[in-house]
Design a protein around this ligand. Sequence first.
Ligand SMILES: [Zn+2]
Length: 191
Amino acid sequence: MAAINMMQLSYRCPKIEVRQSKIHGRGLFAKADISTGDVVLVKGGHIVDRKTLREKITPRLGPVEIQIDDDLFIAPVTQEERELSMLYLNHSCAANLGMRGEITFVAMRDIRAGEELTHDWATTDDDDYSVECKCGAPNCRKVLTGKDWQRPELRRRYAGYFSVYLARKIAASCHSEQSEEPHNRSSDHVE
Ligand SMILES: [Zn+2]
């Protein structure tokens, strides 16, 4: 066990390990089979707004955060905390982990030992970035944006696995589309 002052900020289930990844740098890999719905990771850190993240954290620590609401992120704030909070979870356009809530990552399907664990930024992010993707998945989008959660095919693919704050936006936009349709309520209702 680590000393109390070096306690992990994030949780990693015992079935996974950090190794070199073909996608990017270090990644997370299954050491044993993982079942659909298993909790794999829980992100820990400080809750910060976008301004603090961009001005004070990203320049020093790099991309270390998970977005949890429109203007809230969870991230380490010091170099020492970085290792204790980092998930080393790469993006894939064919992700095998989805969200339960805003900080908990669960297996969206059965995952075999040896597979890399991945998350699709579309399930957590609502931002204004646009970056090239080289994840290597057959269905790679090539360009990732902070608005990918709005894409219909991703809403279908990740239904039930979006961060809750995004799921609420998706439900609200579906509701407003439905309410534009005419109601079929019968007008000649007889008592
Ligand atoms: Zn990709």
